[in-house]
Design a protein around this ligand. Sequence first.
Ligand SMILES: Cc1cc2nc3c(=O)[nH]c(=O)nc-3n(C[C@H](O)[C@H](O)[C@H](O)COP(=O)(O)OP(=O)(O)OC[C@H]3O[C@@H](n4cnc5c(N)ncnc54)[C@H](O)[C@@H]3O)c2cc1C
Length: 470
Amino acid sequence: MSEQIYDLIVIGAGPGGYVAAIRAAQLGFSVAVVEKRATLGGVCLNEGCIPSKSLLESSEHFSRIHHELAEHGIEVSGARLDLQKMMARKEAIVTKLTGGIAGLFKKNKIVSITGQAELLPGDGSLRQVKVTHEDGSQQLSAKAILLATGSEAIELPHLQFNGQTVINARDALSLTDVPKRLLVVGGGVIGLELGSVWSRLGAEVTVVEMLPQIIPQADPQVAQTLQRSLKKQGLKIMVKTRLDKIETTADGVLATLTTPKGEQQVTCDKVLVATGRRAQTAGLGLESVGLQTTKQGQLEVDENYQTAVPGIYAIGDLAPGPMLAHKASEEGVVFAERLAGQKSTFNYQVIPSVTYTWPEVATVGKNEAELKMENIPYKSGKFFFAANGRALCTGMSEGFVKVLADPESGRIHGIHIVGPQASELIAEATTVMSFAGSTHDLATICHAHPTLAEALKEAALAVNKEAIHA
Ligand SMILES: Cc1cc2nc3c(=O)[nH]c(=O)nc-3n(C[C@H](O)[C@H](O)[C@H](O)COP(=O)(O)OP(=O)(O)OC[C@H]3O[C@@H](n4cnc5c(N)ncnc54)[C@H](O)[C@@H]3O)c2cc1C
């Protein structure tokens, strides 16, 4: 029997790889996917977006019962945490979703292979991959190879993960007890989300961030509002602070910090290191095909997502751009369609980004700091949820919507939200910006009343000082 030659082999079944595989199969390509972990879905489904959002949702319910229901006239007593059940719920969601992808692969006749993939030197127009698995190894051939191997947590030399006292995000999603004192290193999205989970469940949480603001890529006013709110919830946030070393003592882990006021020490039970992620390329055999990574460890690609080596492509966290699941998936679709000869494109200027803390932060387009740095003229309009009827009814009225737009044309440069349901509201902002919309467009859309989305319309009106309720 002759060896099967696939049209496409995808390495990595995260939101980049699995979406690319499905779209390519829909377009008529024969596709095999190689994934080294036992389940499909990559970091996002197994140890990222989904499990973190499950725990954020559960912990928010727990926190609300204790801190907010009384305001609604609901007295609850005896509420207690069953962490094992909360974790089991999270696992069930992950299992359902990863199993769902396996079903989609079957439906689309995608061959799914479990094993570690390594690129082999090319042979003419065909590309070869060696797959090592429990039962040995096999060799696969294809006309094209898509690398979608994603990323992994960065380990700092003085903070090596040990799964017990120094942990990464994966460990923090599966703790079996609530730590009494948790020190989070890194005030970015992952650190703040997981810090919020454990704070809501009872841990004393301290977050240290080296830069002057948390979520460094966010609009500065938005970041300040979130920081104030997190402090009110009991998280201690220290910006412009660096963790220099840790020592194990009888009382736990002693961390030495450099703060703007000098050296300070904090004792904790666990240190969660969330200082960023780096592309995953170890053992992939990039050298054997002549591929080199950038300083950031990623692979440069052209508009077809082809790397410097013809027939080898890269998307997702492995390719430049924000490390986000939806960015990876969009690239997967556009990659497959361009492989099929279509002229699909992806607008990198309009990628939403969300932090699922309370309040949530959601942003799309440029923020004020970026506009100032790039000397782009802009006008700003802001509307506070405290003046929004629906927000008051829900009891969640912290935060605001900020619209930044060109002073002449009104074309929107960016929309930044900190407040309730920001993760859902950002879809409207993204839609308007995707169609190159202006403040006039957003302000003249009829919004249902009472909704949180009315704050978007009012913020667009506020750009020209025409907000009705401000
Ligand atoms: C705690 C946490 C929360 C997050 N929350 C969000 C969120 O809310 N929203 C959001 O947009 N993003 C979020 N992210 C980021 C998101 O998970 C990533 O951006 C996304 O998963 C990247 O997708 P990908 O397809 O590029 O790679 P990945 O999801 O990393 O998948 C790559 C896959 O490739 C496999 N692989 C690697 N090397 C090989 C090899 N040699 N052979 C075979 N298989 C291999 C890996 O096992 C992995 O399964 C979060 C991340 C973390 C850690």
